[in-house]
Design a protein around this ligand. Structure first.
Ligand code: ADP
Length: 206
């Protein structure tokens, strides 16, 4: 059973989602998206949402009974203990659901799956993967793309970047760096090369 999990990360706006979509849609690689799972585990009716309400009160719910992320963000933003409490609720749920999802792909004959997450190097979790792919761009491009995508001014975009480890530090931890500073065709050509390298590295173990 030669199935391994490869981490895929980058900085905000570096192009992680764009590259992950290419791996999944064009190369047929299973991708587990940590951000999406983070939303799933607190969807209406889940034990995760119940636990968050128990910890922080019903004030973090919207009128429809779904989690209001902005309100929850306000509660934990300036309160380190609250943020840790939230993480202690969410991280085990996200971890368990991610493992389940990845295990589902293990029997399907794929040599590897990608685990896409914004924070992997920050948490040290990149070391638990068989390899790490980092999507990198220069900082000016990163800021410009975040401004355009999220409708932010430069100061707000830079503040988002500042809450993450610099991309150069992530790239230093990578086994494979995909430079997304140019046109998408160039990015996708590099993704194909990385895919070929990962297949060569991990398919032989099957
Ligand atoms: P991340 O998931 O790392 O936050 P995205 O994949 O959402 O980043 O990319 C950030 C923004 O930049 C998106 O609006 C995306 O369409 C755009 N983008 C990504 N790669 C390129 C590229 N090579 N050229 C131009 N725009 C790009």
């Amino acid at each position: 059973m030669g199935f391994v999990v490869v981490g895929l990360t980058g900085g905000i706006g570096s192009g992680k989602s764009t590259v992950a979509r290419f791996f999944s849609d064009e190369l047929g690689v299973p991708v587990v998206d940590a951000d999406r799972i983070a939303r799933e585990v607190v969807a209406p009716g889940t034990p995760g949402l119940a636990a968050v309400v128990e910890a922080f009160g019903e004030g973090i719910l919207g009128p429809d009974g779904a989690l209001d992320r902005a309100k929850l963000g306000e509660v934990v933003f300036a309160d380190e203990a609250a943020r840790r409490r939230l993480e202690s609720i969410l991280h085990p749920l996200i971890g368990a659901t991610s493992m389940e999802r990845l295990a589902g792909y293990a029997g399907e004959g794929h040599p590897y799956a990608l685990y896409e997450a914004a924070l992997l190097v920050e948490t040290g979790r990149h070391e638990t993967f068989a390899a790490l792919v980092v999507v990198a761009v220069d900082e000016a491009t990163q800021v410009a793309r975040v401004m355009a995508r999220d409708g932010l001014d430069e100061a707000a975009a830079r503040a988002r970047l500042a809450s993450q480890l610099p991309l150069a530090d992530k790239a230093a931890a990578a086994d494979y760096v995909i430079d997304n500073g140019g046109p998408l065709e160039e990015t996708f050509a590099q993704a194909r090369e990385v895919h070929a390298a990962l297949l060569a590295r991990f398919a032989e173990a099957t």
